[in-house]
Write a protein that binds this ligand. Sequence first.
Ligand code: PLP
Length: 466
Amino acid sequence: MHKKRKIGQNGGINDSLTPSFARGAMEVRIPKYEMPEGEMLPETAYYLVHDELMLDGNSRLNLATFVGTWMEPEADRLMQETFSKNLADKDEYPQTAELEARCVSMIARLWNSPEDEEAVGTSTIGSSEAAMLGGMALLKRWRKRRQAAGKASDRPNLVMGINVQVCWEKFCTYWDIEPRYVPMEEGRYQLGVEEAAGLCDENTIAVLTIMGSTYDGSYEPVKEMGAALDRLQDEKGIDIPIHVDGASGGFIAPFLQPELEWDFRVPRVQSINTSGHKYGLVYPGVGWIVWRNQAALPEELIFKVNYLGGEMPTFSLNFSRPGSQVVAQYYNFLRLGRDGYRRIQKASQDVALYLSGKLAEYEAIELISEGGDIPVFAFRMTEAAEQSTNYTVFDMSERLRDRGWQLPAYTFPKDCEHIAALRVVVKEGFNRDLADLLLDDFERHMEWFRTHPEHKPKKSGHSFRH
Ligand SMILES: Cc1ncc(COP(=O)(O)O)c(C=O)c1O
């Protein structure tokens, strides 16, 4: 029996000469929910934390996440050097602030911001915060217009496809806005233009369009939506702006589909958000939002603070944030340039198309999308396979975990709940060789199900919240 020893007590327990895994703290049950009384050696604490985290999934095999899981060592180094800089403290760290401003300018140009309209923008912690800021600006603008016209401004609504990411549901809930969802139907898994226009009225603060739907990676028709809203304005005199949620597509379309008009080339697009930590190729913790011009961002949303030195404008939900993510974004822009981004995104898309093509060869599988918009695709079992096989996408998702692959299986939203799909997000770091290994495992599991007829198909899995 071990003697009851207190972590951090001297007497040899924390002796730095003792081999790492024979130290006192390694032999006792460490407290998990209350702070230990004493100290331990840094190396001991490191291993205790590090080893516990070995139980997490391997982020490089995580085909569920859109978020960056690999960066160059030079980016890692820069990030380490700048973790301690507070992005909010623009007076103390003016050069970090300058890099942020340069990133906004580069992104605005990437999205074809007209030269004669000075775009404004900011970094955020991710697309969700950017969505809140974009939504608030739209709400404020709508409310001001209504009040100026002496009309009621207490029942705002936002029109969007039911395939929106949860951040938009949150935005509507937090700010008391009626969400008006365009329903899905078999074969159309995103917003329908005419259906969306039909939901608009004088209380609509904006139509939201998504570049890279979370469910299947498909682009929504931004330009067509703009044209439909032009017609609506001609007919009914209502002028409704568009916000584009380019969480993923904001860093794909400019490189892979440069001809596609979805950005500030569409006059109704007032603001666009993206996640720097998705196809902007940075680790989690950075998003961006850009407004077409000053007029699109009501002045009263910008706070001026002077307690960090000079008078600084801020528009964000939170205040302090590490400068490292913005620095890493700037590093990528500088290091990769447009050519580098194009090459990386193209490589991801090639792998996505290869994988989806191979999967489509199976009789039991039907593709919902191929990965030709953003490098993300979803697939389901064919109706015939659903009737005849002893496994479902939920079983497959679960079994693929045996070698660490994480592929989410999920059901589609209202009106399409009968569709259960698996989704693959291909991003930098997932190469053709890994794709072949995934295919081998897929084949191996199919064979296992074939040879285990007693297996009972699982009808649902982990809940999957986008
Ligand atoms: C279309 C879309 N919008 C918003 C988000 C939320 O982004 P973030 O995780 O950067 O807050 C996501 C995340 O997957 C998304 O796919």
